[in-house]
Design a protein around this ligand. Sequence first.
Ligand code: ZN
Ligand code: ZN
Length: 234
Amino acid sequence: MSHQTTHEANSRPTHTIEDYLMTMHVMERDHGEIVAARLAEMMNVAPATVAMTLKRMERDKWISGKGRKEIHLTETGREAAYSVIRRHMLTEWLLVKIFKIPLSETHDEAHNIEHAISPQLEARMRDILGDPKVCPHGNPFPGCEDLTSAWIPLTQIPPGDKFVVRRIHEFAEDNHELLSFLDKNEVRPDVEALLVESLPFNQTLTIDINGVLLTLGFAAASHLFVEKLGGKQG
Ligand SMILES: [Zn+2]
Ligand SMILES: [Zn+2]
């Protein structure tokens, strides 16, 4: 008892719960609520496992809800989610900048490291990395959502318009095949491109990226958020 501290690290949830909290925050941020069925899909586990984990999380006051309906993060849950997301994103930057790990691999690698970072190390990382506001995929740090709110899904860009890729949404970050495909084709934050055509009946669009034509399905394109640079006619 004499060594009791108030360090956040000592009252942290387990790795699994931290990963749940991270996904839950994004769901709540984008859709206003946490959906158990969606969570099973995202966490890649059986619905029964999610149900059990949710019960545990409710008992430990990370979430509140009426059974499996209207699940929300509690104040404590949200703080814990913010904490692990910050550690995740700072780790991603470290992997990209120092270790030159490709963007398609940083997310998984970060999961192995993020849970072990102390608040002191987190503060040090933030300083060294220049207090970033978005992760290397362009997703906002908690509290920096305003920065990304003007970026629109690529599916909403009209043909003939130029744009800058700004963000690959969190929910695509662990989609390895998609991320490596984008990486290989140089689709990453800050790259400029032109929307050549959009074929809603076919659910595909084609972009011109550095003179190379690339076709994407609407499903994949909806994870890409871009900043419009204006059309041909100005
Ligand atoms: Zn993790
Ligand atoms: Zn990221």
